[in-house]
Write a protein of this length. Structure first.
Length: 492
């Protein structure tokens, strides 16, 4: 993945700073509670939600198992419809392909549909280095871009900003990017939206090149799908003469009929809508209708490596609804920036370390950015067992072992800083496999309980600093059983 967030501290340090920001916590609490309450109501309207969830899971799993086949089918379908397909192994290759395509048009400006994939590879930065201006047209992405900020949520990138902050950003920055904000702009939603509409309108009408991602790609027909709520995507997808779409290979679905499931679950899980206000679909090019040239850049960038992990690959089912962020108690308090990735929250905690590897301090810390409460799994519309993957990645970080990086099998070394944990686990394994030693240890712990500290020393101080140590009972269950029942089997 791109190094857009490189240089940030590991999650515990970044989260500690974020938790101290009362304004940020208030913004996040209000937004996430509102979204998840609306989502719960929208999902409750569907009597077969559990069946839709299972269907989505099975479609995704089937596709991932045979992804090579469906990608070849997709390329054939897109090509037959008049599009051109490019394959990008990593962020650098994808950025080079897109930059060259834009340069070939002779244009120096592009308009963009909201896209996690292009953020992942740092496309805006790559285009800027080549002298090409990329303009975000999604309202929240526009706020982030004008504010020289980073996205903090998958669906609502500017969720960490309140209306007053947005008004100040518009008034201060819009003039340098194009049409300035109206005089006397207030923080009412209608005025802010109108200021953004006026600012973006001239860019839509002038731009000759549009860049997008896609929510889904249909292998059967070569159709790409973008769902949105504002209409900016429709403008970017229809007005420019050249359209370039950068899409992760995992966004493929086999058939047109498969969209029936996801177009029911995605809007309800993301925006709590029964259907998206704008669902745009395009298949190649058509004379006199839409862009004259269409390029599809299929992005790997660590996805094939993730696919090789039998436990971790379920992260590739993700349809980017963001429901897991809105119910996560850790995200609600720490915000998205603390994750050091364009994929924040629970899904980011399992996806980023697989796409980027766990060599950096921040990526090694992400699987621990969770309380393992399981709320993320309960709301996931494609049933990704995020807690299972988190534990799996924690084990890989602590113990090391085999993994796939850049298509090759490598042996990861155990991460530093976990020696005490590994020693404790080895000691526990030794004790639990020796009943006599376990009984002696229990008697010793019970006999010395009056002298036990209330907090742990050394590395354990962080754990006991926020919770009380459990009190050791006066006698173990084994001793109590022997004393009161004489060791008899009471089940008979």
């Amino acid at each position: 993945m791109s190094g857009t967030f490189v240089g940030m501290p590991a999650f515990p340090e970044a989260a500690r700073e974020a938790v101290g920001n009362a304004t940020l916590r208030g913004n996040l609490r209000h937004a996430t509670h509102t979204i998840r309450a609306k989502r719960a109501k929208a999902v409750a309207e569907v009597s077969d939600w559990a069946e839709l969830r299972e269907a989505g899971k099975r479609i995704k799993d089937q596709t991932l198992r045979h992804l090579d086949h469906y990608l070849v089918r997709l390329e054939e379908s897109v090509t037959a419809a008049g599009g051109v397909v490019h394959w990008a192994a990593d962020a650098e290759e994808a950025n080079r392909i897109v930059t060259d395509l834009v340069k070939a048009t002779g244009e120096s400006e592009v308009v963009k549909v909201k896209s996690m994939a292009t953020q992942e590879i740092g496309l805006n930065e790559a285009l800027e280095a080549a002298g090409i201006h990329a303009y975000e047209t999604d309202l929240a992405e526009l706020i982030v871009q004008l504010g020289k900020d980073r996205p903090s949520h998958i669906l609502v990138p500017a969720i960490h900003r309140n209306r007053g902050e947005i008004r100040d950003i518009f008034a201060r920055e819009m003039g340098a990017w194009g049409r300035p904000a109206p005089e006397g702009l207030t923080d009412t939603p209608a005025e802010l939206a109108e200021a953004a509409r006026l600012h973006l309108r001239e860019k839509f009408l002038r731009a000759k090149v549009g860049i997008s991602g896609a929510n889904f790609m249909v292998a059967e027909t070569g159709t790409l799908v973008v769902v949105e709520s504002e209409g900016n995507g429709r403008m970017c997808l229809t007005l420019p003469e050249t359209l370039i779409s950068v899409v992760g290979i995992e966004k493929t679905v086999p058939t047109w009929r498969d969209l029936e499931v996801f177009l029911q679950t995605l809007p309800r899980s993301s925006t709590a809508e029964r259907m998206n206000p704008y669902t745009s679909m395009w298949t190649g090019t058509t004379d006199g209708d839409g862009p004259r040239t269409f390029h599809l850049v299929l992005l790997d960038n660590g996805r094939t490596d993730t696919l090789a992990d039998e436990v971790g690959r379920q992260a590739l089912r993700c349809i980017r609804c963001s429901a897991c962020l809105n119910v996560c108690p850790v995200y609600e308090r720490a915000g998205g920036h603390a994750y050091g990735s364009v994929y924040p929250g629970p899904i980011g905690a399992i996806l980023s370390p697989q796409l980027r590897g766990t060599a950096s301090e921040i990526d090694a810390s992400l699987p621990y950015a969770s309380s393992l409460c399981g709320a993320c799994y309960e709301v996931c519309p494609v049933a990704i067992d995020i807690p299972e993957v988190l534990v799996h990645l924690r084990e890989r970080i602590v113990q090391g072992g085999r993994a796939t990086r850049e298509g090759n099998t490598v042996v990861l070394k155990p991460a530093g800083g976990h020696a005490a944990e590994r020693a404790a686990m080895r000691a526990a394994r030794w004790a639990f496999s020796r009943p006599g030693a376990l009984r002696a240890g229990q008697r010793l712990a019970s006999g010395t309980r009056r002298f036990h500290p209330r907090t742990l020393p050394g590395p354990g101080r962080a754990w006991s600093g926020t919770r009380e140590l459990p009190t050791v009972p006066a006698e173990s269950f084994r001793a109590w059983w022997q004393r009161t029942r004489g060791g008899k089997d009471m089940t008979k």
